[in-house]
Design a protein around this ligand. Structure first.
Ligand code: PLP
Length: 415
């Protein structure tokens, strides 16, 4: 069939509806390696502008680190560009096995299997492990990729209110009779930057004979004293049955993900997970880069510690200046503005002052909870954060929202 005018019209209408609703996403074009300072073109067609980056997942500042780039180059030289195969046909090199072992060691698990991305890991893991006799009980704010993975699995689905342990316990009681029960949560929730109560979750799992699944994509490498993740932070290292995480954020930021955990569960994924069986092997360049990253952060916590100091400086600076933050301790620092338009205007004014941060509003966050989500990196130097803080204060003054209560801000701008 041809793409007829009528067909085209359907999509043109849908796209203009998105634009009218203010939901159309426009990409800013970066003309530089990922870093704390980048050259950006926005809007398209305008001149490049050098800005401080406050919205990358480059938590440890490793995305463009020369040692990592060098290791990736070594991978290219020694193991080639691509594998042209899935893992189980002829796509497994020695370095893939090394990276899996290294991840198991770092995360404190029995075994690990790589996926092309954490999205793929989450889409494959539930179906590979669970059947219609089982139940998945997920926190209501889990990442979209987990929701998609659950949809692909025949096990019964249920949820508990965000981080509400009483509610989770009720659900565990309700589903006592299921063959397997799996509690599913993010480690660090990416919109609010709050951590799952993994100590309590593990306690409940033990009480009700349930398994625990944690997606630690926004934690691996920097949460916990040695950066192992939310399980380390919560004192339950070694007690999580399945961890999924990404190589696309703190761990160098290229791409790739994994399922790590109990040996039998990981083996089930090797046998049955469809994104593993039917999608190409991670390229050697990225495998060697990721190995270099893991070696680096296993040796020293220097970057993770710098990130913590930067985060404390940023949170205290914004709080003292009179902004309303989502409480927390992670490098995801949401500055609450409540009104969607205000969040967009605020981000634009920041950009004019050389600060790159994005305003989030419904449906990415709940209605009336619009915000600028800032993300701190070990690549930020004090002067970056000071300049960014100055810009936030200037724009905050312009809109007269400093040292105001939530209600006062809402009274001025609406929710
Ligand atoms: C980013 C993210 C993913 C997706 O990771 P990719 O490797 O980019 O596919 C999955 N889960 C969570 C919680 C994430 O934040």
């Amino acid at each position: 069939m041809a793409f007829s005018d009528e067909n085209r019209k359907i999509f043109q209408d849908e796209l203009s509806n998105l634009k009218e609703a203010g939901l159309f996403k426009e990409e800013r074009i970066i003309c530089a390696p990922q870093d704390s300072e980048i050259e950006v073109v926005f809007p398209v067609g305008t001149k490049e502008k050098r800005v401080i980056n406050m919205c990358a997942n480059n938590y440890l500042g490793l995305s463009s680190l020369p040692e990592v780039v060098e290791a990736a180059r070594k991978g290219l030289d020694h193991r080639g560009y691509g594998m042209s195969s899935v893992r189980f046909i002829c796509g497994t090199q020695d370095i893939h096995k090394q990276l899996e072992d290294k991840l198991s060691e770092f995360l404190g698990t029995e075994d690990t299997i790589l996926f092309p991305s954490c999205m793929d890991a989450n889409c494959g893991v539930f179906e590979a492990i669970l059947t219609e006799d089982d139940v998945m009980i997920a926190d209501r704010l889990v990442h979209a990729s987990i929701i998609d993975g659950m949809r692909l699995c025949k096990a019964m689905q249920d949820s508990f209110k965000h981080s509400d342990m009483k509610h989770l316990e009720k659900k565990l009681q309700l589903h006592q009779d299921r063959r397997l029960k799996m509690i599913i949560t993010d480690g660090n929730f990416s919109m609010d930057g709050d951590l799952a109560k993994l100590d309590r979750i593990v306690e409940l799992a033990e009480k009700y004979n349930a398994m625990v699944f944690v997606d630690d994509s926004h934690a691996t490498g920097f949460i916990g004293k040695t950066g192992r993740g939310t399980h380390e932070h919560c004192g339950v290292f070694g007690k999580i049955d399945i961890i999924t995480t990404t190589l696309g954020k703190a761990l160098g930021g290229a791409s790739g993900g994994c399922v790590s955990g109990r040996g039998e569960l990981v083996e089930m994924c090797r046998q049955k997970a469809r994104p593993y069986l039917f999608s190409n092997t991670m390229p050697p360049v990225i495998v060697e880069g990721a190995l270099a990253v893991l070696n680096l952060i296993s040796k020293t916590t220097e970057r993770r510690d710098k990130l913590e100091n930067n985060t404390n400086f940023w949170r205290k600076g914004l709080t003292d200046a009179g902004f309303i933050l989502k409480e927390g301790e992670t490098p995801i620092v949401p500055v609450m503005l409540f009104n969607a338009k205000l969040s967009q205007d605020f981000a634009k004014d920041l950009y004019d002052l050389g600060i790159y941060a994005i305003g989030f509003f419904f449906p990415v966050v709940p209605k009336g909870q619009a915000r600028i989500r800032t993300q701190i990196s070990a690549a930020h130097e004090l002067h970056h954060l000071e300049k960014a803080l100055d810009a936030f204060i200037n724009v905050g003054k312009k809109y007269d929202i400093l040292h105001k209560t939530k209600q006062e801000v809402i009274d001025m701008y609406g929710q």
